[in-house]
Design a binder for this molecule. Sequence first.
Ligand SMILES: [Zn+2]
Length: 256
Amino acid sequence: MAEVNIMRIDAFSYREKISNAETVMLVPVGAVEQHGPHMPLGVDTILSTKMAELVAEKIDGLVAPTIAFGYKSQPRSGGGTHIVGTFGFSAAHVIESARTLVNELFRHGLKKMVFVNGHYENYQFVYEGVELALRDIRAISDKLPKVLILSYWDFVTPEALERLYPDGFPGWDIEHGGVLETSLMLEHFPDLVHMDRVMDHPPAQLTNYDVLPEIPERTPHSGCLSSAKPSSAEKGRILTEVAVSEMVKAIQTEFA
Ligand SMILES: [Zn+2]
């Protein structure tokens, strides 16, 4: 399999590859965030990069440098920034990173880009960065790039969810450090997961509103919003297959 991540490709090969205007560039977006006692801080960065690479291999695309400094974790989706181990970068940081990458990739001649988000809280700020970049480009060119923005878990189909969560799917917001991420890590990076350290507890009881400052007691001590105990590499394989093939479908449809 040819290398797809430009961080591991030399400039001459990179230029040759993108001289084909059809080349799709995938941009992973992650975070530095605690993921319980059983997984490393880089999970969102590691998984968004892996997902982007798997998609790139299928469509003969490339993967850009990962935006690793994601927006602040929130109690209702990632445990909250009060937990040491989580780094809370500002929205401005995420917006400018996305905006800069679109501008730079366009300057390199790329016209087809896909942001692959792996951290729930990033989404709207990636959108904002892309939108601002298109305003920048509109001022100098009438040939705008086409940019897709997606979160990889949104491509897990209802049929797959039924198979993976026989007791009912709890929702992506409380999946932080739970079965989805842990299973994907077990499938692709088993050495980084320590199942013997999983803290098994009922799903976090979340309010349907936010409270600031954060109330630390409302986040389970594990830092995870649901238990990772039912995770397995087999589930990670199913999740990967369905998410990658559905992302490829969407990309091919949009860039046909
Ligand atoms: Zn995560």
